[in-house]
Design a binder for this molecule. Sequence first.
Ligand code: BES
Ligand code: ZN
Ligand code: ZN
Length: 502
Amino acid sequence: MEISVVQGDISKAEADVVVVNLFEGVTSPGGATGAVDRALDGAISKLIELGDIRGKAGERTTIHTFGKIPAPRVLVAGLGKADDFDVHAVRNLSAEVARACRRPAVNTVATVVHGAGIGGLDPDACAQAVAEGALLGAYQFLRYKTEADDDDKAAIGQLTIVEHDASKVEGMAAAANRGRVMAEATNLARDLANEPANNLNPTDLAGRAADVASAPNLEIEVMEEEEMAAKGMGSLLSVARGSIQPAKLVRISYKGRGGEGYDLALVGKGITFDTGGISIKPAQGMEAMKADMTGAASVIAAMQAVAALAPKADILAIAPCTENMPGGNATRPGDVVSAMNGKTIEILNTDAEGRLVLADGLCYARELGARHLVDVATLTGAVSVALGDQCYGLMTNNDALAKRFEAAAEAAGERSWRLPMFKEYGEQLKSNVSVVKNIGGRQAGSITAAKFLEHFVDEKPWVHLDIAGVDMASKDKGWITKGASGQVVRALVNLAVGFADE
Ligand code: BES
Ligand code: ZN
Ligand code: ZN
């Protein structure tokens, strides 16, 4: 999809569809909608009068123009009540419009920036949201649909944002470009998470990371098992043993400040398929475990956006990647391994493998000089029992970093929710034979998983994001699309870019 911002009069735009909008309760439309209404001899006001257009959120009305304006169709998008309207609504609206325009007859779309005029929102923020929403909402995973239907193949080719005020165009164009960068990174994470595990093993995932790292300001290292062993990463390697696929530890570095170490490390769980290992999962629904590398996909994708936005900050991504398989050499329940920081771990359930790979990933990030740590993982089924798919779990040892992340997520239109980290929860992880065991029993499963990770962060400011409840969506809704949701990627980018201000 090409996206451009131009100065002009939307009623004169040459496009297959012109998109304007209406707040609920408005009887005579003003601004761009008013201009189109006049050009159509009052057709929009007439439809409002008839009660066919009410401006409700989610309402979309197509009007055919029969030569009265250059565009053959006008889409009037309802904005809902003005009080409830914000930049997140703009992003979601743009996504819904992009999907509604997925028809062979519609290739070029001209749109106003929803929210910027009568809505009173910042025009740049709205332009970013329109671009971001369109690209996010139009996303589909069609790689294996050899007989996709016409509508599926008919994504918008050209989206033109039309602004009447010439002085605003330059700023809006830059903002729309930021929206593109954010959305493309998110769609990359979606592509990786949607990819079936037979075509995305740890080696494939590391290869995709290398593609991202071909940007001139990124640097990549893919660590092999031999070096992991030399570094004492027995925890990560214990998960890889059951698979014939070798584990890969991906590091991507961005040095926009050029200082010592890194302002921030993003550490993502990269289990390309989670069978559970010897503690094998039930058959029902196991296919969803192809997405157990969403954390890794998210941090790799975030680096693509960081590189494009080029903040003056030093950012690191670490993705420990492996399959969790029950092969003949697999780790057995009761085995004891040790992580890079020397802590011994009794593995009582091989299905609690995410925390095992993150343990070494977090240690490695610290060794490389990370001053703040954020890990992202589809870590526990318990988090979706606790929070459902309305938000993801956030656990932390540091209030200040948690608040920074929450602001970054809010700006992305996402919600995280904090779970407590009282020290008593840590007692559930006491082992008879080692420093810690890898499961904490039935109660507070997401928190004990975080308590396990805390053993490997060594008091560094740290935020843990458990995205197991939100990584996959069952249906399209606003900017979120069916399958891999793409949540967390833009939040991570916002957080990383924010380190430029220090
Ligand atoms: N990858 C799973 C968590 C998961 C479950 C992600 C559902 C997405 C959807 C993780 O590795 C796992 O199996 N966790 C166990 C931990 C338990 C054994 C302590 C779980 O949640 O059951
Ligand atoms: Zn598991
Ligand atoms: Zn897992």
